[in-house]
Design a protein. Sequence first.
Length: 108
Amino acid sequence: MSGSTITLSASTFDEEVSGSSTPILVDFWAEWCGPCKMIAPILDEIAAEHQGTLTVAKLNVDDAPDIARRFGVMSIPTMILFRDGAPAKQIVGAKPKAALLDDLGEFL
């Protein structure tokens, strides 16, 4: 994980998401998830390239199942973009960088 990506936990999730001054893309993932591992370096790149305009965060669903349930995360990877503390966009599944940037375009 790069220095541009932050790690969330059940105890830090609400504070980090509601207190973010930029849109925050939360990657709901798990250690055993192959597609999650495939997109991790892509998300690190996006975090580094858009530092200051977008925050990228990771939340392990095995460690915080209640938060995953709260946002209806049924499969991983699921990325939810929060703006002003509220979900604004949901992306499900591993995608190439260009497709992710296209999905996030309106928030960058």
